[in-house]
Design a protein around this ligand. Structure first.
Ligand SMILES: Nc1nc2c(ncn2[C@@H]2O[C@H](COP(=O)(O)OP(=O)(O)O)[C@@H](O)[C@H]2O)c(=O)[nH]1
Ligand SMILES: [Mg+2]
Length: 207
């Protein structure tokens, strides 16, 4: 809960975000930086919980990002269950800029995800995240190549370093903003239908 200037309670808008992408790309590290502000050089098999939360304000609206992490099952792309995608508003589609294979794989992840959500009747916002941008000397994928790929599929692209704490918050804010916009648009579309129904009820019950 948050309070506005009139001390009125406003419920935080819940935004479900999932991380997807090849093993070792930096998903857990991004999440750990975002929600605990720390980084480990060691491989973290799992964050130990299904999700972690990050509260922030987007366009003055209080939101709670609920960011889900895989528990390592992404080693087998088919092992991600449908329930992981369910009710998700946004996806951090993550690869490692210092690993060409990781970039090839993230393209397959995108395809798999589009196929997976096609029949789920839900709109999900993607953000392509190029992780480990501190490893500039080991870079294998240029910014332009990743940016063009993202653009060709209607995604935004951002490069982050969980190690140096570069752009992690910006990535969360950007994706959060896109999700919030989508949620608010959906709410606005549903509003008129409700009003018409209310109107119809009044009319039928008065005579
Ligand atoms: N240099 C550098 N290493 C990173 C960064 N993010 C993650 N790593 C390392 O990459 C490895 C895999 O990271 P992890 O977050 O476990 O990847 P995941 O399998 O996608 O969850 C770990 O050894 C991390 O320490 C980063 O921003 N910079
Ligand atoms: Mg992980």
């Amino acid at each position: 809960m948050s309070f506005n200037q009139n001390q009125e309670q406003i419920k935080d808008q819940l935004i479900k975000i999932i991380t997807l992408g090849p093993s070792g790309a930096g998903k857990t590290s991004l999440l750990t930086r975002l929600t605990q502000d720390r980084f480990s050089d060691n491989y973290i098999a799992t964050i130990g919980v299904d999700f972690a939360t990050k509260r922030m304000f987007i366009n003055n609206q209080p939101v709670k990002l609920q960011i889900w992490d895989t528990a390592g099952q992404e080693r087998f792309r088919t092992a991600i269950s449908k329930s992981y995608y369910r009710n998700a508003h946004g996806i951090f589609l993550v690869f490692d800029i210092s690993n060409e294979v990781s970039f090839t794989e993230v393209q397959l992840w995108h395809q798999k995800t589009v196929d997976e959500i096609k029949n789920m009747n839900q709109e999900i916002q993607f953000l392509l995240v190029g992780c480990k941008c501190d490893l500039e000397s080991k870079r294998q994928i240029s910014y332009d190549v990743a940016y063009s790929f993202a653009q060709s599929l209607g995604m935004h692209y951002i490069e982050t370093s969980a190690k140096m704490n570069t752009n992690c918050l910006e990535a969360a804010e950007y994706l959060g903003k896109m999700c919030l916009q989508q949620i608010n648009e959906k709410k606005n579309q549903e509003q008129p239908v409700m009003e018409i129904k209310q109107d119809a009820i009044k009319k039928t019950s008065c005579c």
